[in-house]
Design a protein around this ligand. Structure first.
Ligand code: NAD
Length: 352
């Protein structure tokens, strides 16, 4: 098949990890006989430096014209002034919103070889295979913001339709898995959560009676994720809760550098990125873990291009690279010689 993919490398380790993602995309194209046209675009701090805006109109136009977008990460100390009017993450929020990508899928599994990389006890990690579906373009990150000299507010608002579309997506995904849905909210305190819970209840009862639904408060969920993570199948939650819970869940896998994500809307076009940031503390050293980005490429093949066989081949190749012990510093055992970003990418291509 033919597909056009926009690559937004971004800042910090973004260019290092996306280089390995595109290496794998090219290898998939060769092995399976596809034609992928890869185009580079500007987003984040680098876009501010070159054009004065975190998301140039050209980037948005290219995104709309692409079948999928592969993103590295944006941000860094250079642009971190909280009082600045123009910030890298505005570009990220704008592209997610402009493409209508309301469902952010973040799968978490634990590779047997990496159990020791997690601070959580091995018996708790056994059988962990969960998927967080985070609402991505609503809630407190997108609500009205106000600031006075010594006062500030951020509005958290959801409409029933905004809740329904993301919960429906989570239900569809749960149907293809173990049929258990955990909806996470703070319904004991927040009105937006009470609406979320009522809408979710009604929707699941009416349209997905085959699913087992539970409601868990976000504070309890953060504790259960550390105590009994294997009990979760699909977790659906609002924007900020999902952001925080998935960073916590990355500890189960062993590193932020292992967790991919897909951001989807109603159509096949999606945006794929590792869940980590631009990691300024290790940027430019060639030691970042590219597996999260490569696993995001697998999600791109699956959800935007419908290439399930190719997606599974990439996931299996990452797993075999890990089996072989090709591990970057964030997950390699103490004293072992760690792989570089490029070596890890090459190991995946070899396994493919
Ligand atoms: P971070 O995710 O960049 O880094 C957190 C820690 O994890 C660091 O110690 C880092 O070295 C490590 N880490 C992250 N990715 C790694 C990888 N692939 N391999 C090895 N180690 C990895 O979070 P942060 O330090 O809080 O934020 C740094 C910058 O990134 C900030 O400017 C922030 O705004 C931005 N950020 C961007 C995104 C995004 O682009 N989606 C997400 C989160 C943070």
């Amino acid at each position: 098949m033919k597909a056009s993919i926009l690559v937004l490398a971004g800042d910090g380790i973004g260019p290092e990890v996306t280089a390995e993602g595109t290496r794998v995309l090219r290898a998939v194209a060769t092995k399976f006989g596809h034609t992928f046209t890869l185009t580079d675009g500007l987003l984040g701090g680098i876009a501010i430096d070159r054009t004065g805006t975190p998301i140039p109109a050209e980037t948005l136009a290219m995104a709309h014209a692409s079948d999928a977008v592969l993103l590295g990460a944006v941000g860094g100390p250079k642009w971190d002034d909280p009082s600045a009017d123009v910030r890298p993450e505005q570009g990220l929020f704008a592209i997610r919103s402009a493409l209508g990508l309301y469902a952010n899928l973040r799968p978490v599994t634990v590779h047997p070889k990496l159990v020791a990389a997690s601070p959580i006890r091995p018996e708790i990690l056994k059988g962990v295979d969960l998927l967080v579906v985070r609402e991505l373009i609503g809630g407190i990150y997108f609500g009205e913001k106000k600031r006075e000299a010594d006062w500030a507010s951020d509005v958290c608002a959801y409409s029933g339709d905004e809740v329904r579309r993301v919960v429906r997506r989570a239900c569809e995904l749960a149907r293809g898995r173990r049929k258990k849905l955990t909806s996470v909210d703070k319904a004991n305190v927040l009105e937006s959560s009470r609406l979320w819970r009522r809408v979710t209840d009604e929707l699941v009862r009416k349209e997905y009676p085959d699913l087992q639904l539970e409601h868990v408060l976000v504070d309890a969920c953060s504790m259960y994720l550390a105590r009994r993570p294997a009990s979760f199948d699909v977790i659906v939650t609002e924007n900020m809760f999902g952001d925080i819970l998935t960073d916590e869940a990355s500890v189960l896998a062993g590193s932020m550098g292992l967790l991919p994500s897909a951001s989807l809307g109603d159509g096949p076009r999606g945006l794929y990125e590792p869940i980590h940031g631009s990691a300024p503390d290790i940027a430019g050293r060639g030691i970042a873990n590219p597996y999260a980005t490569i696993l995001s490429v697998a999600m791109l093949l699956r959800y935007s291009l419908g290439l399930e066989k190719e997606a599974a081949a990439v996931e299996s190749a990452v797993s075999r690279a890990i089996d072989r012990g090709v591990l970057t510093a964030d997950v390699s055992p103490p004293g072992a010689l760690a792989a570089t970003t490029i070596q890890a990418g090459q190991a995946v291509v070899e396994a493919l």
